[in-house]
Design a protein around this ligand. Structure first.
Ligand code: ASP
Ligand code: MG
Length: 404
């Protein structure tokens, strides 16, 4: 088979034994006649450990120097894995981002891939080398190292698969596929044989940890055939593609996110321009707002609520307090004990009653909904964080049945 990109996550390369196992998987693919590009993450908790090391020295280190440090984890993995393949007598070469010519913009810690120069990797493939690339990193216009954001190796792999028109991009991880809900919360959750890019993207963006959401975005844009599978167990994984055979429920899954806060601005004046004022101030402070709810105005006053990531809580609070007079509100309420539960599935576009079934499940469980947001293929509700896991379970049971 033509070209396969195989990406292995941190757990899959955590120690010598795991690296040897990964080398066997790569060797089998190569011996079966494929060209192989491998993308690796840093071993185990290496990236977290490096962040800790940086914080010990300087918690306010520049983003450039952080990337210089964080990118080293992947370099260790690729060299070790190349050594394991050398030992098996196979032709192999490891490359970091500047050697690959994986160019990004200048946003250290969260860089976007601009372009991949193909010459070097292609030359190595032509020589029949297995090419092992350091994931998560790129190089910017200044020739400096950047990183793609936490979990970014998936995106490195898909970008390479797109650039080289790979026949398949396999994402090997420590779970064996994409589930209808996190199996640690819902033991009856089941593995999907297939999922569409659109559903996968919503699930990944709404808290399913299995794939970096930008990797799914890229895969959708460039029609990369993706497969999520386990490096530990030899079982079929989940295929991510444009069109799938729908399962009977037409629902992809349920996801949970609990790393954000809800703000309510109470007693705003009910006049034009208020929402504009609030959200332009937040956007100027780089606060990424998610769900927004505005109440109907009554006796000249109204409330606006919104959610934002926990990491932006203080920035949001201070900009709103600073401009209290200009905005004109009575008081602010902040609640960081909230969670967002999302039901995802392209099937809901053509099925009536999905929202009411979801709300019924929550009602039956006595779980209060604080906010609701929808897209064409998603319904999200904000609930108290203490109810979050129960909410995931009852919503999942409603749509997938309780098989426990
Ligand atoms: N090593 C990086 C991280 O831990 C990138 C990745 O694993 O995808 O975030
Ligand atoms: Mg990952």
């Amino acid at each position: 088979m033509g070209l396969i990109v195989q990406k292995f996550g941190g757990t899959s390369v955590a120690n010598a034994e795991r690296i040897n196992h990964v080398a066997d998987i790569i060797a089998d693919t190569y011996k079966a006649g494929s060209n192989v590009i491998v993308v690796l993450s840093a071993q185990g908790d290496t990236t977290d450990d490096l962040i800790e090391k940086a914080n010990e020295i300087n918690p306010h280190a520049s983003r450039r120097e952080l990337d210089m440090l964080l990118s080293t984890g992947e370099q260790i993995s690729i060299a070790l894995c190349a050594m394991a393949l050398e030992k098996r007598g196979l032709p192999v070469i490891s490359l970091v981002a500047w050697q690959v010519g994986l160019q990004t913009n200048n946003t250290y810690n969260d860089a976007r891939i601009r372009k991949i120069s193909k010459e070097r990797v292609q030359a190595e493939l032509d020589k029949k080398n297995i090419v092992i690339v350091a994931g998560f990193q790129g190089v910017n216009a200044y020739g400096d190292v950047t990183t793609l954001g936490r979990g970014g190796s998936d995106t490195s792999a898909v970008a390479l698969a797109a650039a080289f028109h790979a026949d398949l991009c396999q994402i090997y991880t420590d779970v064996d596929g994409v589930y209808t809900a996190d199996p640690r919360i819902v033991p009856s959750a089941h593995k999907l044989a297939e999922i569409t890019y659109a559903d996968m993207l919503e699930l990944a963006s709404q808290g399913a940890q299995v794939l970096h959401n930008r990797s799914v975005e890229l895969a959708k844009k460039y029609h990369v055939n993706m497969e999520v599978l386990s490096s530990l167990e030899h079982v079929p994984g989940t295929k991510v593609k444009e069109v799938i055979k729908m399962e009977k429920t037409n629902i992809g899954g349920v996801a949970k996110m609990d790393n954000f806060a809800r703000f309510s601005l109470v007693g705003l004046e009910d006049r034009p321009g208020v929402a504009f004022k609030v959200f332009s101030l937040l956007s100027r402070s780089s606060v990424n707002v998610d769900i927004i709810l505005q109440s109907v105005g009554r006796s000249g006053s109204k409330d606006i609520s919104f959610t934002c990531p926990l990491s932006s809580l203080e920035a949001a609070r201070s900009v709103l307090q600073e401009h209290r007079d200009a905005i004109g509100y009575d008081h602010i309420e902040v609640d960081d004990n909230v969670a967002k539960i999302s039901l995802v599935g392209a099937g809901m576009m053509t099925h009536v009653g999905v929202a009411s079934d979801m709300f019924e499940a929550l009602y039956d469980a006595g779980i209060n909904i604080q906010m609701i947001a929808t897209s064409e293929i998603r319904i999200s509700v904000l609930v108290n964080k203490d109810d979050a896991n129960r909410a995931v379970k009852v919503v999942h049971d409603k749509f997938f049945g309780d098989e426990d």
